[in-house]
Design a binder for this molecule. Structure first.
Ligand SMILES: Cc1cc2nc3c(=O)[nH]c(=O)nc-3n(C[C@H](O)[C@H](O)[C@H](O)COP(=O)(O)OP(=O)(O)OC[C@H]3O[C@@H](n4cnc5c(N)ncnc54)[C@H](O)[C@@H]3O)c2cc1C
Length: 447
């Protein structure tokens, strides 16, 4: 029987295994060095914050794996021998495969800072990082201050986590405004305020110079490059982005760049070896997407796609329109299509912000054709299906404004703001667009 081995028990690897099982009787083994069972990485923060236990982050019961004949093997793969199709483990064990799926995810970036490997310096990615955080920052007596290095989604989550236990946090961000490589000015400034309103000591436009050590090899302080200021602290979170976790593959015959190089079918340069999820890098990016996409739903899509191919239904990875969502402390963020941090040529935008500085809507469109290109919202929940259709049908910005009532997910809440949004659009553009009433028919057709 053909043996499919998957390295990585994250969302990508586990989705691939589930879908291969749905379609075939192949022998399946999932290997992971991290945990015995699959868990939701995006929920790690809620464990520290006391909203759920670690067990609650595991969506499948323990019997699920046996019942579905998916073997689980705990161990760290040290090398892959593509020709003889053998995996070598750190403990000396080996495993033979017929087909291999590499789904090894990401690892936190380290940029060679002095002191980056001291005790109590950590990323916030793996379950082991959560355990370390519990050890070094259980409360504000043990951890009098933490410093996060690097703005972005994980940096703000870690700040929120520490803040939930009343641990003072200094947040060093190299950029002049939070996540301004992704968020346009308006959105980024709202998040700056949200961070500061939560009493997190946000330092913009600064770099880490070094992390100093106490006599036991544990972090003592950080020093800021620009000012030389020394900030005493007990924990340092390295949250300056992530990169593919593929160091152990670099010396094999499998082609790598920043990630494991794959074509549209998620095939590597070696027959019968595939890569999916955060660790996969498309030879050529799809449309305007990045060649490496380190997000949850694309990992799941790649898992489903590669399962089709492995089960004799060769299928290309087609992720559709870009969307994403996140939460910045108390503010929900959604994005559909493309709204760039810096507007491109021949693009215009419409921006509305509520006076409370917590809600905004930002629409990007083509200046000459008025085609809708994308939307960001903060604090306002939108309907995915609506924007998928609008992007498929290449509708205009006017259409979106007219149908705002259909676009939003929360009618009661939105009723309060949609008139103000349309009025601002009409004023900015010298138009006279009238809001259409919510069409339940349209919504039910869509969902
Ligand atoms: C704190 C946090 C919050 C996040 N929030 C969001 C969010 O809100 N929305 C969103 O879209 N995305 C979010 N992400 C990103 C998302 O979690 C990842 O994109 C996704 O988990 C990647 O899944 P994956 O299966 O590709 O890899 P992973 O989940 O990283 O799984 C890979 C597994 O492979 C194991 N492994 C690696 N190398 C080896 C080896 N040599 N031998 C054995 N095992 C190995 C790893 O230990 C790991 O268990 C978040 C990430 C983090 C860390």
């Amino acid at each position: 029987m053909e043996h499919i081995v998957i390295i990585g028990n994250g969302i990508s690897g586990v989705t691939a295994a589930r879908h291969i099982r749905k379609r075939s009787d192949k022998k399946i083994t999932i290997v992971s060095a991290e945990t015995d069972y699959f868990f939701s990485r995006t929920a790690l923060m809620y464990v520290y914050m006391g909203h759920m236990t670690f067990e609650h982050t595991q969506p499948y019961e323990k019997w699920f794996w046996k019942k579905n004949r998916i073997d689980l093997k705990k161990g760290y793969v040290k090398t892959i021998e593509p020709k003889s199709k053998i995996l070598h483990f750190a403990d000396g064990d080996t495993l033979q495969f017929d087909k291999l799926i590499i789904a090894t995810g990401s690892k936190p970036n380290k940029f060679g800072w002095p002191g980056q490997d001291l005790d109590a310096v950590m990323g916030m990615y793996h379950k082991q990082d959560l355990d370390k955080l519990e050890l070094y920052a259980p409360n504000n007596k043990v951890c009098k201050r933490a410093v996060n290095v690097g703005g972005g989604l994980i940096g703000i989550e870690l700040a929120e986590m520490l803040h939930s236990r009343n641990i003072p946090v200094t947040f060093l961000v190299r950029e002049d405004s939070f996540w301004d490589v992704v968020l346009p000015k308006g959105e980024s400034e709202i998040i700056n305020k949200e961070i500061k309103n939560n009493h997190i000591d946000l330092r913009l436009g600064v770099n880490l110079k070094e992390i100093t050590s106490d006599e036991n090899g544990k972090v003592k302080s950080v020093i800021i490059a620009e000012t030389g200021e020394e900030i005493p602290c007990d924990v340092v979170g390295l949250t300056a982005g992530v990169s593919p976790n593929i160091d152990f593959i670099k010396d094999s015959a499998i082609e790598t760049g920043r990630g494991v190089k794959v074509n549209r079918f998620l095939e590597t340069n070696i027959p019968d070896i595939y890569a999916i999820g955060d660790c996969a890098e498309q030879h050529e990016a799809i449309g305007q997407r990045r060649s490496i996409e380190a997000v949850w739903y694309t990992g799941r899509m790649m898992g489903e796609t590669v399962a089709q191919t492995i089960c004799n239904n060769k299928t290309a990875y087609k992720p559709g329109h870009w969307f994403n969502s996140a939460k910045f402390i108390d503010i929900e963020y959604q994005t559909y299509g493309w709204v760039w941090a810096n507007q491109k040529e021949n693009e215009s935008s419409f921006y509305w912000e509520h006076p409370n500085n917590k809600l905004c809507i930002h629409i990007n469109y083509n200046t000459s054709s008025k085609e809708f290109l994308g939307i960001n919202t903060l604090g306002i929940r939108m309907r995915h299906d609506f924007f998928n259709r609008v992007l498929n049908e290449k509708r205009s910005v006017d259409y979106v404004i007219e149908h705002l009532a259909d676009a939003n997910f929360d009618p009661e809440f939105y009723k309060l703001h949609e008139k103000a949004i349309v009025a601002k659009f009409n004023q900015d553009n010298n138009t006279n667009i009238q809001l259409k009433k919510k069409s339940w028919k349209r919504i039910f057709q869509l969902s």
